[in-house]
Design a protein around this ligand. Sequence first.
Ligand code: IYR
Length: 332
Amino acid sequence: MDAHDLITRYAAEVVTEEEVEELAADPDGKRAYVGYEPSGVLHIGHMLGANKLIDLQEAGMEVVILLADVHAYLNGKGTFDEIRETATRMQEQFVAYGLDEENTEFVLGSEFQFDEEYTLDLHALELETTLSRAERAMSEIGSGDSVTVSQAVYPLMQALDIEYLDIDLAVGGMEQRKVHMLARDTLPSIGYDSPTCLHTPLISELSTGIGKMSSSSGVTISMEDSTEEIQEKVNGAYCPAGEVDPEPTEDGEERNNPVLEIFEYHVFPRFDTVVVERPEEYGGDLTYGSYEELEADFASGELHPADAKPTLATYLDELVEPGREMLQKQRA
Ligand code: IYR
C-alpha cells in the first residue's frame, strides 16, 4: 500500500486533500499527533485513533501522543494530581495496544503549556477569537450545558499545541473538527501556518445504532472488559440482518449498524483476513480479505448477524487483550 493510501484509509475526512497529497509525497520524518484527555483506561475510541497512528508510522511518519493533562483539568475532569497519575497508565496501554514504542513520542501537555512563550501566544489567540466561536468549537467536547471560561480557553490551547509540537498532521475524531477548523482560521492571525488535519469516523452507539458511541453514556467497549463482557455487549448490539444502512427511526433519527462499523474501523485495519467460523451444515467457514467483501455478504444475507457477532467479539477480544493485561498489571 502506498503512503497516501495508508495515511487516508478509513479516515472520515482530510482537510485539505491537496495538503495531504503533498504530505504523502514525502512522509518520512513528518510529524503527526493526536491528543487525549487522560482517563486511565483506553476505550474503543482511543483504539480507533491508535489504528490510524499505526498506519501513519507504517507510512514513515513520526507519531506524537499528547496526554492532555492541562486540557482535562480545564474540562473539569478532576484535580491535576489525579489526572497526572492516569496519564502514565494510558501511555503504557497505548504501547500494549500496538504502537511502536521506539517511534512514538508521548508528551504531557504540562511539559510545555506553562512556558512563557506559549502563554503569551495563548493570550494573542484569545484576542483574535470571540467567545461564541470558542464555545461553538467546544460543542462536541465540553461536558455540561454551560461553557466555562476554562472551556473557552481549551480549544485555543489545542490550536497552539499543533504549533508547539511542530506538527505536520493533526489527527482526531470527527468531534475534534470544529477545534481544528478554529485552529486553521486563527493560527495564521498570530503568524503561524494553518494546520493540515485528518479526522477519524465516530462509531454508532452499540446497542441502538443511534447517536455516537461515547465513554460517558450508552454501551462502550474498553480495556476493562473481560472476554465475556465483550461477547455480551457485541451479542446485544444493534445489527439488523441484511441492513448495511438501516432506516432512520420513526422520529427521523439516523441509525447505523455498529457491528459493521467496528469490522470496518477496528478489525480490518489490524487483521489481513477475517474468518467467520460456521459449521459445515450452515455452509462452512467464510474468509474475507477486505471489509467490502464482508459487507457484500452481509447485504446479500450470506453472512447472518448470528455469525457476524461472535466473530466480531473474538477479534475485538484479541485487540483488547494486551491492554487488558497491562491494566491488570497496573492495578495489581
Ligand atoms: N480535545 C481532545 C484532547 C486534546 C487533543 C489535542 I490533538 C490537543 O492538542 C489537546 C487536547 C479530547 O477531546 O480528548
